[in-house]
Design a protein around this ligand. Structure first.
Ligand SMILES: Cc1cc2nc3c(=O)[nH]c(=O)nc-3n(C[C@H](O)[C@H](O)[C@H](O)COP(=O)(O)OP(=O)(O)OC[C@H]3O[C@@H](n4cnc5c(N)ncnc54)[C@H](O)[C@@H]3O)c2cc1C
Length: 495
């Protein structure tokens, strides 16, 4: 079988790339190892509860997230984070401390010491740091806002979003906007004030999902892609062929493709490209993804003392808890628990405690129940308890990550027609994956148009005879480019 483009991996990154390419008129095939597409976006309804085993929210600050919901006709199922949610919680000395939403939330709460609050304000006056260093998030935030803020606010945040440690992750890779603000205004706080005055959007907490959960998105993309997707197919190897690629799918045979998009997790990408792009494989291999476990628990409302009037809570490493954080699922969105019941979920493991994430399900449920008993007064048997192990959780944007991405983002320069996409490029959020997918589709399309312009067929070039590949073809949202993205998507991802 021959296709213009084969997309390997049917998670959100692969599906969104394939969908975009299909709209541009390319003949696409998606190969997905699992029986169902969607990757780690798995929503499951059981006994009246809606469980999110992977992602649970989309950021409404990222235009592409809103666009895709609208374009796929999903807006009528959309649920935005409840207006009544006015706070988040951080664990402080074994108790939940409420932090009001909004720019001055931390200053008005009692979570940080008065000295730490004053030190935060020093950011307005401090000179900016040295250029060129790939500072960790912890170093950057300690330098600008003080150590207490970095350890007690930023570290829990980084653990909650990236499953990582602020002392290990690169600030320029995960918070590029903060670095840019410091560079431009000399102070992050001043920069934020300027941007607000100019009406610019800053990262925020506007989150949304759909009535039946996040899996609604890959479900709808898959429906639109139809027979384009082949599930239960594991790609073993990719080899160069005389006019593109030979894709080995084990006992299911071989496929020929003129271009390949690899949309798998970084470690799988490393294996798949080891023969055709050893340099890229070396870079992908270095991206770690520590294990993560999600424990979902349902309780009768009367058995939980806490009002659950927020998004959930995060814990700093100093608190020495067994969970990174938790979400109050039934507060965030409607229809997540049956009448008279509430739903919460705990995140365990990540870079902080990888071994905990590998514990058997029963132990993880025990750990989560103990934490919820302590922190939110949840007692008695849960009505429902489920665990999802993610042996390789979220990609870690460690120091040096940008250099790895520069290498991975230019795979097609080393091997024409080879494109990589996924959650290790511009942030792990679903919205970031969508931004990168859009860039990837544009790059593949640009490659095809370049081949046509050159007026000859060459290795890795798509079929010029396909009339749909003309500039300005239906669904074409921009001018195709030859050069590959680097970090453009990151700026749009709200990171
Ligand atoms: C527990 C958890 C909670 C999260 N919470 C949020 C959240 O609330 N909000 C948010 O925005 N993001 C969240 N994320 C991050 C987000 O879900 C992911 O980064 C994103 O879904 C990744 O999508 P992807 O398509 O790049 O990768 P994946 O979903 O990993 O998809 C890769 C696909 O490739 C397939 N594959 C692998 N190898 C092969 C092969 N050899 N052949 C064929 N197919 C193959 C896999 O089966 C998989 O389907 C969370 C992630 C996790 C794990």
């Amino acid at each position: 079988m021959t296709a213009d483009v084969v997309v390997i991996g049917g998670g959100i990154s692969g599906l969104a790339t394939a969908h975009d390419l299909k709209q541009r008129g390319h003949r696409v095939v998606v190969l997905e190892r699992q029986a169902l597409p969607g990757g780690n976006a798995i929503s499951e309804r059981r006994s009246g509860f809606l469980m999110e085993h992977g992602p649970s929210t989309m950021s409404a600050h990222v235009p592409v997230a809103n666009e895709i919901s609208r374009d796929l006709g999903l807006d009528h199922e959309r649920c935005d984070l409840g207006d009544g949610i006015r706070r988040r919680y951080l664990v402080s000395r074994g108790m939940l401390a409420a932090i009001p939403m909004g720019p001055f939330g931390l200053l008005s709460a009692n979570y940080l010491s008065p000295l730490a609050k004053m030190r935060m304000l020093a950011d307005f006056f401090l000179p900016h740091g040295s250029d060129g260093d790939d500072e960790t998030v912890m170093d950057f935030c300690s330098r600008r806002f003080g150590q207490e803020f970095a350890e007690r606010v930023i570290d829990p945040l980084v653990a909650g979003i990236y499953g990582g440690r602020a002392s290990e992750l690169s600030v320029s890779a995960i918070f590029p906007k903060l670095v840019a603000l410091e560079k431009e205004y000399g102070s992050v706080s001043l920069g934020i004030m300027h941007r607000r005055r100019e009406g610019g959007k800053m990262p925020g907490s506007r989150l949304f999902s759909w009535r039946d959960g996040i899996a609604t998105l890959p479900g709808r993309l898959a429906r639109r892609l139809g027979k384009t997707i082949r599930t239960g197919v594991t790609v073993r190897r990719i080899l160069p062929s005389h006019d593109g690629f030979d894709i080995d799918v084990g006992n299911k045979g071989r496929l020929q493709a003129k271009a390949v998009v690899i949309a798998t997790q970084a470690h799988v990408t490393a294996q798949l490209i080891s023969k055709i792009d050893p340099e890229g494989a070396g870079a992908a291999e270095r991206i770690q993804a520590p294990p993560l476990a999600v424990v979902f628990l349902g309780f009768p409302r009367r058995n939980v003392a806490h009002p659950l009037d927020g998004l959930g809570f995060l814990t700093s490493e100093a608190e020495n808890r067994n969970i990174i954080g938790a979400q109050f699922c039934s507060t965030m969105f409607p229809h997540r628990a049956p009448e008279g019941q509430v739903a919460v979920c705990a995140y365990i493991g990540g870079a902080r405690a990888p071994d905990l994430a590998r514990l058997p399900a029963s132990d993880l449920i025990g750990l989560a129940r103990a934490e919820f008993r302590d922190l939110i007064g949840a007692v008695g048997e849960p009505s429902l308890a489920r665990v999802r192990h993610w042996p390789l959780g979220l990609p870690q944007y460690a120091s040096g990550h940008r250099a790895l991405i520069e290498k991975l983002g230019t795979a097609d320069r080393r091997h024409g027609g080879l494109f990589l996409t996924g959650n290790y490029f511009a942030g792990p959020s679903v919205a970031s994956c969508l931004c990168v997918a859009q860039e990837t589709a544009l790059a593949v399309h640009g490659h095809a148009v370049d081949c046509r312009r050159q007026g000859r067929r060459k290795t890795g070039c798509l079929d010029q005879s396909d009339g749909a590949l003309r500039d300005g073809s239906p669904g074409h949202r921009g001018k195709p480019r030859r050069t590959r993205r680097s970090f453009r998507a990151m700026d749009r991802s709200g990171s």
